[in-house]
Design a protein around this ligand. Structure first.
Ligand code: KIV
Ligand code: ZN
Length: 521
């Protein structure tokens, strides 16, 4: 039986379930970078992608399998031989490969491929056996398990175990369950399914009712020993259980949940910021553990209490999640060495040439802003990273705005190195600027999201702008920061268009077109 002192295995699916959220698509290099960070922070299993979904997904999983050193590398496959073979092709390059295959078992999901209970049971037997013949580490998931009849769930879990599955994942695919029910389901399976004590039960919770982390922890208490999660809770709809929440909950409340993980929690803040950068999904200010306000205290009573003893108002220390205890504010007198040290603290290690470029940008910013905070530097790094090899570049922008409409924008933008100049008008300065961009680079992409955040306080704060575009089912996101909101908007729009150009050039099926419910053999 399960030992309550057991270690909980952390399975991160940021690069698969997280990347599935519309607009969160990451480039190949970004996926590799995040995978290496996950590997270094001690994640036990990385679900690196869905290899059959596209050539790009396949290559990312294969390359992640090659470069990572410690983690088990897992790929997702539907319940058919073609998916499973393709998955194996990609993960077999890891020293520790895993195949994860799944099928929807609830009445609603069984109706999609129109399989009877018996036909589906046979398919599970065949596909798990096939996966196990290729790889000795096989995970099987009954999708929508929390809405599957208990008798049928027990039956198919038993079949998967007998066919060789070493981990059985119990997904709450639609975020429907509640903590007590989540625990009861794991306890029921452990009690009723023959062979259940020979394998690991995993919990995979979506956050549609805001209970994903609570449901995952309840499942652990009942005997699940693998938690599936994503950085920042990234994922479809309301997202998944957040890695940082589970890991910190187990650390802080070890008295009532005596389980350990192998995660180096001091790496949490860096990876959270990096995932926010590359996915374009900003972390909400009041997000547990990694939100900007998670360690901020504004009210007088709280500040006073903090000064007397931080434990009065903090249940974890900022250093535990990798925030530097001392928050040095940089300014125009700061030198290159200080900038290098500060960026190192923030998780960016730059070579000399890169530092030279960033230092120039930093000085420009420091000339415009009295104090440059950590968040300003993070925004600066995000911008620096997004301008490499771009087809479109904003070279010059001047807008005329005010009470007298129409507002207008003069824009010089280069397309593959050649400058083009236009003047355009619009309903407000941002609209005028976007019209100007569209005049130079005509396209049919629809604007799905336009979001502005002030990075720090004060009227000289940088604004981070996020722009999400959709063209023929492809969704891309661009971000930029500047003390001028309209300039940040123009650059974010152009960053999204640059991503779209890259996506257009990619060959192969776009993964968003893959139907998760398709089980055709
Ligand atoms: O939420 C879910 O059911 C999934 C499966 C593919 C495991 O992500
Ligand atoms: Zn999921």
């Amino acid at each position: 039986m399960t030992n309550p002192q057991d270690r909980v295995v952390i399975f991160d699916t940021t690069l698969r379930d997280g990347e599935q959220s519309p607009g969160a698509t990451m480039t190949h290099d970004e996926k590799l970078e995040i995978a290496q960070m996950l590997d270094e922070m001690g994640v036990d299993i990385i679900e690196a992608g869905f290899p059959i979904a596209s050539e790009g997904d396949f290559e990312a999983v294969r390359d992640i399998a090659e470069v990572t050193k410690h983690s088990v590398i897992c790929g997702l496959a539907r319940a058919n031989f073609k998916d499973i073979d393709r998955c194996w092709e990609a993960v077999r390059h890891s020293e520790r490969p895993r195949i994860h295959t799944f099928i929807g078992t609830s009445p609603l999901h069984r109706a999609i491929p129109n399989l009877t209970m018996d036909e589906m049971a046979d398919k599970i037997h065949e596909t798990v056996t096939h996966a196990r013949n290729l790889c000795d580490n096989v995970q099987w998931s009954p999708m929508d398990a929390t809405r599957t009849e208990h008798d049928y769930l027990c039956r198919v879990v038993e079949i998967a175990i007998k066919a060789g599955a070493t981990t059985i994942n119990i997904p709450d695919t639609v975020g429907y369950t509640a903590p007590r029910e989540s625990a009861d389901l794991i306890a029921m399976l452990l009690e009723r399914v023959p062979g259940a004590d020979e394998i690991i039960f995993a919990t995979h919770c979506h956050n549609d009712l805001g209970m994903a982390t609570a449901n995952a922890l309840a499942a652990v208490d009942a005997g699940a020993r693998q938690v599936e999660c994503t950085i920042n809770g990234l994922g479809e709809r309301a997202g998944n259980t957040a890695l940082e929440e589970v890991v910190m909950a187990l650390k802080v409340r070890n008295d009532i949940m005596p389980y350990t993980t192998g995660i180096d929690t001091t790496k949490i803040m860096n990876i959270s910021r990096r995932v926010a950068d590359v996915s374009g999904f900003q972390v909400q200010f009041n997000k547990a553990v990694v939100g900007k306000n998670a360690f901020a205290h504004e009210s007088g009573i709280h500040q006073d209490g903090m000064l007397k003893n931080p434990q009065n108002f903090e249940i974890m220390r900022p250093e535990d999640v990798g925030l530097s205890a001392t928050n040095l504010v940089m300014g125009k007198h700061s030198g290159r060495a200080a900038l290098r040290a500060k960026l190192h603290d923030l998780g960016y290690d730059l070579g000399d040439n890169q530092l030279k470029d960033v230092f120039v940008r930093f000085k420009e910013l420091a000339d415009r802003k009295k104090e440059v905070y950590d968040d300003d530097l993070i925004a600066l790094m995000r911008d620096a990273g997004s301008e490499v090899d771009d087809t479109l570049k904003v070279q010059f922008l001047r807008v005329i705005c005010g009470t007298q409409a129409p507002q207008s924008a003069d824009l010089v933008m280069s397309v593959e190195g050649v400058d083009h100049m236009v003047s355009a008008s619009g309903d407000g300065p941002v609209d005028a600027t976007f019209n100007a961009v569209k005049e130079i680079f005509p396209h049919n992409a629809h604007l799905k999201l336009y979001q502005v955040h002030a990075v720090t306080r004060g009227t000289d704060a940088q604004a981070t702008v996020t722009v999400r575009l959709e063209e023929d089912g492809r969704i891309v996101t661009g971000q930029s920061a500047d003390t001028d909101t309209v300039v940040a908007s123009a650059k974010a729009y152009v960053a999204a268009l640059n991503r779209l150009i890259v996506r257009r050039q990619k060959t192969g099926t776009d993964k968003k077109e893959i139907d998760y419910r398709d089980v055709v053999q």
